[in-house]
Design a protein around this ligand. Structure first.
Ligand code: NAD
Length: 349
């Protein structure tokens, strides 16, 4: 982004939901996912440069609201996101989000954006980027368990980045599965709706669990999981909200984003505090091995970490100014004399 003039600094580019949809279509959904994966990979490689903190969460019986900050010293970003599994029954989204990226030198925001769509895109790009390192080579079939808002994004990212062309779909609500079949027809997949999670994982080399339920659920039991597969478990992302039986964790090599957050929120909350995990950035940076054998079960216990939102915001910041798909928000006070804030208020009478 070019250096803003002093007056431009007071007006913050804002990407609405409508702007985001136009921006994504102008780039193309598949190209957007590839672009996000490139930015994510770059940031995972320089993981140690970041100021990191587990997200700040406010829990109630029905859901959670979280703030997710990260900084690389030049830019600071945060996302506001909720998770309310009961919302869909009330006609509302389980997950909504918006976020901001700022210039660390001035402290001024440089972009405010919707992040409900962007979260689905960044989560899918993260899952698929990680699967490039962990999934068995030549994987073609993915079981997609939980067919809600995130699911089509997950499927397309796995197709574009990992070569998945066959989807076995299961949701406790068959209308969700019907929606995915409708949305993904003519998108280059063989689509098989299934009547149970057991049926869905038959023959799958990648299993994605992306369900929403505010409880410790058992979407997969140990006897369902054969050797050699990659599990992309992204629905369990809160204390008291998991998807896998703990015995699966004992048989798997578990890869996580940021252990201090995942030990509280991820599948590994079921395990002792010293349960062995590998930080996925170390695999991406070439410091640790990922998949090492044909019979190994790899498990990405993905809860969503602030650096992923930082990467997504960085991507949108870089793309948006090349387009007209943003508006300016009069968000920052900009008195002619920076110390005369009161005078500016008085003159506005
Ligand atoms: P959603 O409410 O739109 O969809 C969830 C689906 O799961 C629904 O269709 C529901 O019927 C289904 N489901 C619930 N229990 C099930 C079960 N036992 N078996 C099969 N299906 C079941 O939610 P969403 O926006 O798609 O998000 C899904 C989950 O992913 C949420 O828990 C959300 O918090 C999480 N999430 C994680 C990340 C991350 O970075 N890890 C990012 C976004 C969302």
């Amino acid at each position: 982004m070019s250096k803003p003039s002093p007056s431009e600094r007071a007006f913050v580019p804002f990407v609405s939901v409508d702007n985001m949809m136009q921006l994504v279509h102008s780039i193309g959904i598949e190209e957007t996912l590839k672009g996000l994966a490139t930015y994510l990979e770059e940031d995972f490689r320089r993981w140690e440069c970041f100021d990191k903190t587990p997200r700040v969460a406010s829990h109630t019986d029905v859901g959670v609201i979280e703030l997710m900050p990260a900084s690389d010293g030049d830019a600071y970003a945060f996302k506001y996101v909720n998770g309310h599994p009961k919302n869909t029954k009330e006609g509302l989204q389980t997950v909504t989000a918006f976020g901001l990226i700022a210039d660390q030198y001035t402290g001024y925001p440089v972009l405010l954006t919707e992040m409900t769509l962007l979260t689905a895109l960044r989560t899918a790009a993260t899952s698929a980027m990680v699967a490039q390192y962990l999934a068995p080579k030549g994987a073609k079939t993915m079981a997609m368990i939980g067919n809600g808002a995130q699911s089509e994004f997950q499927a397309i990212a796995m197709k574009v980045l990992c070569g998945i062309d066959t989807l076995r779909l299961y949701d406790i609500d068959s209308s969700a599965t019907e929606k995915v079949v409708r949305n993904l027809t003519d998108q280059g997949f063989v689509l098989t709706p299934c009547r149970s999670a057991e049926e869905a994982i038959e023959g799958a080399q990648i299993v994605t669990t992306c369900t929403a339920d505010k409880q410790c659920a058992t979407i997969l039991t140990d006897n369902m999981v054969g050797s050699g597969i990659h599990i992309n478990a992204i629905g369990g992302d809160c204390p008291g909200k998991t998807e896998l039986h703990r015995d699966i964790l004992l048989r798997s090599d578990v890869f996580v984003e940021y252990p201090p957050q995942t030990r509280i929120e991820g599948e590994i909350q079921q395990m002792p505090g010293d349960f062995a995990v590998t930080e996925i950035w170390e695999v991406i940076a070439g410091k640790k091995p990922g998949r090492t054998g044909d019979r190994q079960i790899t498990l990405f216990d993905g809860v969503g970490f602030a650096i992923e939102d930082f990467s997504a915001l960085r991507f949108i910041r870089d793309k948006v100014r090349e387009t007209a798909f943003f508006q300016y928000l009069d968000m920052l006070a900009d008195p002619d004399d920076p110390r005369d804030l009161f005078g500016m208020l008085q003159r506005a009478r």
